[in-house]
Ligand binder design. Structure first.
Ligand code: FAD
Length: 319
């Protein structure tokens, strides 16, 4: 398997196309997901990210009036999907690895599983709070911040496992990506603090950055400038999401804590239906990518969110 950073080097300045996929809701088939992304293989993505979804806490009222408490994962299967992507498309999968819901021992076992499958790339994240809670809580003997998990992977890459100090261990060889937020992570008090925490992730061993989605390229350009000034030299991959419905004009800013540019708002508000809004989203995406490519962004990384037809249209115009 090739590391993400090596894929970027091998592209030699030519932009790379890649996507992120979400595991199906439990009970749906993997076939739907794979069939959905298969047409995108025409654009030769060298890697595909697969998100990880932690446990949720549900309370179900029973006929006798008591409440049944259930802990369940609605979208399991990240590792299986990675393996399927590797075997069906021969593309490097990038599983997302979370602090949330994991102790550090469980993380070590998870990373060992990935190695046995032949996966050398991971995107390391803290994860969001478990639903329905509003604040993140680390599992016992787990981590509160992604930087701590980056440090564990970096230790493994040096052959340092959790409890085997006296035994010679084979070093892992993970290429580690981390998340960043050009418009600030919603919990951070200000950009400076958030940036300081991003720098910690890089200093502890992250090899590249993937950004949260944004619709205004200037946010990405300012963020990259700031990283370079702070001596963060790793590749910074822009995360892109084509707007697909009129409702997303309100939903995406709320969910992902971002601002929609005035021109995009105006164009979408003028649409009479979602089909027109989807077309505006595609045109905006093409323009965004053209500008990002001209500025030297290494990868056009699309959040497919279960739908690939609009990403397909953008890729067709660019690659
Ligand atoms: P961190 O880097 O740990 O930062 C979280 C917050 O804590 C920030 O506000 C930061 O400033 C602050 N902070 C960091 N370190 C410290 C410290 N030492 N002391 C005090 N404060 C600190 N979520 C999922 O559940 N599954 C996924 O698959 C997934 N994929 C994602 C992919 C991308 C590209 C992105 C951008 C996000 C993804 N997320 C995913 C969402 C992500 O888990 C959330 O945004 C989460 O709230 C933060 O994760 P992080 O890794 O950026 O956290």
């Amino acid at each position: 398997m090739t590391k993400i950073t090596d894929h970027i080097k091998a592209a030699n300045g030519k932009p790379i196309f890649s996507i992120e996929v979400i595991p199906p809701i439990k009970g749906d088939t993997l076939k739907n997901l794979l069939d959905n992304i298969e047409p995108l293989m025409e654009f030769k993505p060298p890697f595909i990210d697969v998100t990880y979804h932690r446990e949720e806490y549900i309370e179900r009222p029973l006929p006798d009036g008591t409440i049944q408490k259930i802990v369940t994962r609605k979208r399991p299967g990240t590792v299986g999907i990675c393996s399927a992507i590797l075997h069906r498309f021969g593309v490097d999968p990038v599983p997302h690895v979370l602090c949330g819901g994991f102790s550090r021992d469980e993380t070590e076992d998870f990373l060992i599983d990935l190695q046995y499958i032949g996966i050398d790339n991971v995107l390391v994240l803290r994860g969001d709070p478990a639903k329905p809670f509003s604040t993140f809580k680390a599992k016992e003997n787990g981590y509160s911040y992604a930087s701590e998990l980056v440090a564990q992977v970096a230790d493994m890459n040096r052959g340092q496992y959790l409890h085997e100090e006296d035994t010679a261990m084979t070093p892992s060889d993970f290429c580690v990506g981390v998340a960043a937020y050009p418009e600030k992570h919603f919990e951070a008090l200000d950009h400076d603090i958030d940036f300081h925490h991003l720098k910690q992730k890089i200093d502890k061993g992250a090899d590249y950055i993937v950004t949260q989605m944004f619709f205004d390229n200037q946010k990405y350009f300012d963020f990259v400038d700031r990283c370079r000034q702070a001596d963060i030299t790793v590749p910074i991959i822009p995360g892109l999401k084509p707007l697909a419905t009129r409702k997303q004009l309100q939903i995406l800013p709320k969910l992902f804590h971002l601002e929609m540019p005035a021109d995009l708002i105006k164009a979408v508000e003028a649409c009479e239906n979602d089909q027109q809004a989807r077309q505006v989203g595609v045109e905006w995406g093409i323009q965004q990518c053209r500008e990002l490519i001209a500025a030297g962004a290494p990868v056009m990384h699309f959040y497919t969110m279960g739908k690939a037809d609009n990403v397909m249209k953008i890729a067709k115009a660019l690659f």
